[in-house]
Design a protein around this ligand. Structure first.
Ligand code: MRU
Length: 369
């Protein structure tokens, strides 16, 4: 991804043995690169949503383990014990507890655990950094493949209509991944191949990932887009102003139920009612083969995120304001689950499949084995 003409990933190792991330809490107002020196800082970056988006959460946790291995070698195990295996276990548990819903976090930590269990003690740190880098490189490759498979869908629409109108929710672009994005990968691929594509971006209250992040990165890439209030999606779909809904996912069950940012389900319902296709872009690490939709833990965040909002004033200062009476109680559910029957298809790195056990299983029989 290019920012002001320079190529970036959303996370990368730096020479000092630390990790750099883009501080997503500061966008779209400021582009700030933050440095993570310890696994505790990596955990805090995930928890505070300095980094967010399912694939990037997984990648950050992987680098968190690598940072932990450095800390262990330096004798800086933060009171978590002198035994390497126990230290690794406790670090992984703490990283896993940062956010509950995106399965990519567990997937990345399991992968790091497996690799480190097989490494010689004096090779653990090197192995951890190598594996975290591999997870990142693979994420970029998965997203590129998702982009190619999704492009075929957008091209089909463009051939019929001359242009494509996509409705997306939250941010499933390159900021949510290491690079390339999942739901936005087909959009970027379409734009880069000369297709006339426009994206309707829903603001994604309460944290406004659509307004702050998706609009920002689409603008960086030069893709035409229009921000809408979350509640406007139904009207757009009813008027035929969107050709498809395209979202990411935090966890997809083997039966094709899609857990994603709160508000996704309502868009899927409206799309279904209006006969507009609803697709989720899903890299295989986002598939949870072992869970039923009803057992997915939906993150519940602080009420303050709903009761307050923040932005930049005309003088350039950041300001937070209350949007409800002081005594109001608020509930803040961060995700919802769209049942598979409302999902037209899943765009994976191996192709587009039906959101069914048979559809997913046929593409990923080896992984599910
Ligand atoms: O709470 P967030 O910002 O981490 O939620 C992100 C989403 O819901 C994304 O749609 C999802 O992680 C897919 S990212 C490729």
């Amino acid at each position: 991804m290019n920012v002001a003409g320079r190529a970036y990933r959303s996370i990368w190792p730096i020479e000092s043995g630390s990790v750099a991330v883009i501080d997503q809490r500061r966008l779209p107002h400021e582009f700030v690169v933050a440095q993570l020196d310890t696994w505790e800082q990596a955990a805090s970056a995930i928890h505070s949503m300095q980094v967010r988006g399912a694939p990037l959460i997984g990648a950050t946790a992987a680098y968190g383990v690598a940072l932990a291995m450095n800390q262990f070698e330096r004798g800086d195990a933060s009171g978590l014990g002198a035994d390497a295996a126990a230290f690794l276990e406790r670090t992984c548990e703490a990283l896993l507890a940062t956010r509950p819903t995106a399965v990519n976090l567990r997937w990345a930590l399991q992968r790091m655990r497996r690799v480190l269990a097989a490494a010689m003690p004096d090779q653990r740190a090197v192995a951890a950094w190598r594996e975290a880098a591999a997870i990142c490189d693979e994420d970029v490759a998965l997203n590129r493949a998702i982009g190619e498979h999704g492009l075929a869908l957008l091209r089909g629409i463009a051939e019929r209509k001359g242009s494509v109108q996509v409705l997306t929710h939250c941010n499933a672009g390159w900021l949510a991944t290491v690079d390339g994005g999942t739901a936005l990968a087909p959009v970027y691929a379409a734009f880069d191949s000369g297709i006339d594509v426009h994206v309707w971006v829903s603001e994604t209250r309460p944290r406004n990932q659509g307004a702050a992040l998706t609009c920002w990165e689409l603008a960086q890439h030069g893709v035409a887009h229009t921000l809408i209030a979350d509640n406007a999606a139904g009207l757009l779909l009813r008027r035929g102003q969107a050709d498809m809904v395209l979202v990411g996912a935090d966890r997809v069950t083997r039966d094709g139920d899609v857990c994603n940012k709160i508000g996704t389900y309502l868009k899927a319902l409206a799309a279904h009612d209006c006969g507009v296709p609803f697709y989720a872009a899903v890299p295989s690490p986002t598939i949870d083969w072992h869970i039923d939709a009803t057992d997915i833990v939906i993150e519940e965040r602080e009420a303050a995120e709903v009761l307050r909002t923040s932005g930049r004033t005309a003088t350039g200062a950041m300001q937070e304001v209350n949007i409800a009476p002081p005594a109001t109680r608020a509930a803040n559910f961060a995700f919802d689950v769209t049942p598979a029957r409302l999902v037209s298809g899943l765009i994976t790195e191996r192709g587009v499949c039906a959101a069914t056990l048979g559809g997913i299983g046929a593409l990923f029989a080896d992984i599910n084995a």
